[in-house]
Design a protein around this ligand. Structure first.
Ligand code: HEM
Length: 202
């Protein structure tokens, strides 16, 4: 049986769409920092008013760009600052959604090393409508990871925020430093993650 044309159109642009779970969490972020009315207002300005953003669907990248753009105009914060803050915020919820894939002994470094195969791997397996970015993680030394992010969605600032959020989740925000070493708006972004050694007994 032939599949409807809309199916092919959706698949064609899969990498320029964003999973509904991210929109769901973006709404939670806006409501937590501002209000439900603000969410409606941002969507009105973005031209996405009336969309319900289901957890099982995906939506055009431009929708999230327009909503964050409207939030930037309202707050005076840059789009990248907002994406980073949102990335930091969404980690506990993301962990709750995929809790069964996280090992209890893992901390920031382990989660980062296992994100591509285990976490994003689970997302790809469980949600045919999701298409997480590719992350190549190099273990340069005990105190340095270099993460190469690849995605046509150009959400490097969100990636930086997620890494910071993971460090905060494990109470390691003071010893983990996250620095993009290339333009965070590119399709390929390199991110340096350093771990400061904590001297015991000092
Ligand atoms: C517990 C770990 C993680 C889980 C469960 C998770 C899950 C997800 C999910 C469900 C999406 C939506 C995919 C879509 O829109 O189709 C996503 C996207 C994304 N993830 Fe992860 N993620 C995790 C860790 C990370 C880490 C460590 C990074 C950063 C290095 C990261 C960076 C991103 C970015 C930037 C996106 C937005 C889409 C894009 O840029 O292409 N994620 N992730």
């Amino acid at each position: 049986m032939a599949l409807p044309v809309t199916f092919y159109k959706t698949m064609e642009n899969q990498d320029l769409r964003v999973h509904g779970s991210i929109f769901f969490l973006l709404k939670k972020f806006v409501v937590a920092h501002f209000s439900e009315d603000m969410w409606d207002q941002l969507n009105g300005e973005a031209g996405t008013g009336g969309k319900s953003f289901e957890m099982t669907q995906n939506y055009p990248l431009d929708d999230i760009g327009a909503i964050v753009g409207a939030a930037s105009r309202h707050t005076g914060a840059s789009v990248n600052e907002l994406k980073e803050k949102f990335g930091e915020y969404l980690v506990p919820d993301l962990f709750r959604l995929y809790a069964s894939y996280l090992r209890p002994e893992w901390t920031t470094r382990d989660v980062l090393i296992h994100t591509e195969k285990v976490m994003h791997g689970a997302v790809r397996k469980l949600n045919s409508t999701a298409n997480p970015p590719i992350l190549n993680v190099s273990e340069v030394s005990e105190t340095l990871l270099v993460i190469d992010y690849f995605s046509r969605r150009r959400m490097g600032s969100l990636a930086v925020g997620i890494i910071k959020g993971i460090a905060r989740y494990f109470g390691e925000q003071d010893v983990v430093q996250v620095t993009p070493t290339t333009d965070p708006d590119d399709e390929r972004v390199q991110i340096r993650v350093t771990f400061q050694k904590v001297e015991l007994g000092s």
